[in-house]
Design a protein around this ligand. Structure first.
Ligand code: NAD
Length: 455
């Protein structure tokens, strides 16, 4: 270890913890531990591996409140949200406890013998995660990786490492062998990069920005590493004039201001049919101004601060140059990286706020004329992660859902994430899918075996 990492609380700017900051040599040691633990972990019988994962899920649930408070303080998210996220961590591990006994192969008819497939674990897997949903996103990777028999090195974001560090302790408490789950807290440019380059790491599962995702894909190519990438988004929330406008407007704020807008699925482009835009904005106003922004540990809080001073500066830059601010909520004064929920309307589809991922509580409202224009505008982005369609016409909603280039869509709803359904992006939102029944595919290799029956 070379030096100390100071972890701040975004709601107060106070020091929350000081922990050792790892370097590339620490990554090498963690990979060596994971490599040493791999043969025994892959040899654990499927039923025993399932039982250990169930116990880990129960252990997380037993520590849910402790983990939720840590996450709420470190990431600045409302305590109610943090409790929900820690519930999802336990649910995700529990869901993949069902996987070790369901890693099925197929038999294939061939001449001269018998052929079949098996799924083998990859070995040591590097998990690199962002700061917006620190332990939740780690769990989406940990569950299927461990279930398939891999050992892991998890690198949390430097801003939010505390729940990952605690989770590693809980893994041991639950009975997972030493070396199966390793956590390294350090910068992306050194520790993340070393994981990507390390010859003993078989795969990188990455969630983060599209920019870093590009460098990870390029770096991983040197060792032909497997890579899955969950990257940025600029998701559309399409509201047709025939929709239940009150319902669409009531749901729109949490879909873009949830987690203070620091959500890869944020519906930050609200596309509204021009004939309904006045009615929609009238419904939207009370929903935006009512959002309670404040102390993450206050049970009534709906939105916390942004993650850092630097990030707030970036978000604020989207309000420069005469941005058309139509609605603005409240935010506390004083210490903390606060930013009031803001709606821009009408926004030109070519404007920077309509094209770049803001990753903060700024929504853009963009009018459209008809279905064809709605689809064209929604798809006019490098991203393709998620989106919503609000319409009273079921046929139209299904047509638009099929026409959108995005991985996760909802109709008359803004939900994106369920443990049991696949999650991931089209285009520059990444490749590969997490969650759902097929996630273990991305943590295994298919092996084909032939047994000669003729001499
Ligand atoms: P980031 O890309 O800056 O960092 C993500 C992780 O990568 C961190 O752990 C960081 O330390 C590490 N990293 C940085 N440089 C690296 C390098 N050169 N080599 C290896 N690792 C490196 O992202 P962020 O700012 O932490 O998170 C915000 C971004 O994450 C947004 O773009 C958001 O859309 C995206 N995100 C995507 C999803 C999804 O599932 N698609 C979910 C959450 C967040």
């Amino acid at each position: 270890m070379t030096d100390t990492l100071t972890v701040l609380e975004p709601a107060t700017e106070a020091v929350l913890a000081q922990i050792a900051r790892a370097d590339a040599a620490d990554v090498d040691r963690a990979v060596a531990r994971a490599k040493a633990a791999f043969p025994a972990w892959r040899a654990v019988t499927p039923a025993d591996r399932a039982a250990l994962l169930r116990r880990l899920s129960d252990t997380v649930l037993a520590h849910r409140e402790e983990l939720a408070r840590l996450e709420a303080r470190n990431a600045g998210k409302p305590i109610g949200d943090a409790r929900g996220e820690m519930g999802m961590v336990a649910q995700t591990i529990g869901y993949y406890a069902g996987a070790p006994e369901r890693l099925l192969g197929v038999t294939i008819p061939v001449a001269g013998g018998q052929a079949w497939t098996v799924r083998e674990p990859l070995g040591v897997v590097g998990l690199i995660v962002p700061w917006n949903f620190p332990l939740t996103i780690a769990a989406w990777k940990l569950g299927p990786a461990l279930a398939a028999g891999n050992t892991v090195v998890l690198k949390p974001a430097e801003l939010t490492p505390l729940t990952a560090v605690r989770f590693a302790e809980l893994c041991l408490e639950a009975g997972l062998p030493e070396g199966v789950v390793n956590v390294v807290v350090g910068p992306g440019a050194t520790c993340g990069q070393r994981l990507v380059e390390h010859p003993d790491v078989a795969k990188i599962a990455f969630t983060g920005s599209t920019e870093v995702g590009r460098s990870i894909a390029a770096g991983a190519a040197q060792t032909i590493k497997r890579v899955t990438l969950e990257l940025g988004g600029k998701s559309p929330n399409i509201v047709f004039a025939d929709a239940d406008l009150a319902a669409a407007a009531a749901a729109a704020p949490s879909a873009v201001f949830g987690n203070a807008g620091q959500d890869c699925c944020a519906r930050s482009r609200i596309l509204v049919q021009a004939s309904a835009i006045d009615a929609f904005m009238a419904e939207l106003e009370p929903a935006v101004t009512a959002i309670r922004v404040g102390d993450p540990l206050d049970e009534a809080t709906e939105m916390g601060p942004l993650i850092s001073a630097g990030h707030r500066k970036t978000v604020a830059s989207f309000l420069e140059d005469g941005a058309p601010v139509a609605l603005r909520g409240d935010a506390p004064d004083g210490p903390g990286y606060w930013f009031a929920p803001t709606v821009l309307c009408p926004v030109d589809p070519g404007a920077r706020a309509a094209r770049e991922e803001i990753f903060g509580p700024i929504a853009t409202v963009i009018p459209f004329a008809d279905e064809a224009e709605a689809v064209a505008l929604a798809n006019d982005t490098i991203y393709g992660l998620s989106g919503s369609i609000w319409s009273g016409d079921g046929g139209r909603a299904l047509r638009v859902a099929r026409a959108l280039d995005a991985g996760v869509l909802s109709i008359n709803s803004n939900t994106s994430v369920r443990v049991s359904t696949p999650f991931g992006g089209f285009k520059q939102s990444g490749y590969g899918r997490e969650l759902g029944p097929h996630a273990t595919d991305a943590y295994t290799e298919v092996k084909s075996i032939f047994y000669a029956t003729q001499t």
